[in-house]
Design a protein around this ligand. Structure first.
Ligand SMILES: [Zn+2]
Length: 62
């Protein structure tokens, strides 16, 4: 068991949801990105500061 995360800015959240659904065949859960001074997370699409976190819980492969 684990989870995978992606980050998305306001602009690309829809695109990234589509990407995740395509790849994982699961709809990701969407959370607001919690800003912190030390965070270096970037939108997976454009590299800007993220506004959302997309998370998919993955089951073990076997
Ligand atoms: Zn973006």
């Amino acid at each position: 068991m684990g989870s995978q995360q992606w980050y998305a800015c306001e602009e690309h959240v829809d695109i990234l949801i589509d990407e995740v659904v395509d790849r994982e065949e699961l709809a990701p859960s969407l959370y607001p990105y919690e800003k912190s001074d030390t965070a270096r997370d970037r939108c997976n699409w454009c590299g800007k500061r993220p506004a959302y976190v997309l998370r998919v819980e993955t089951e073990s492969e076997s």
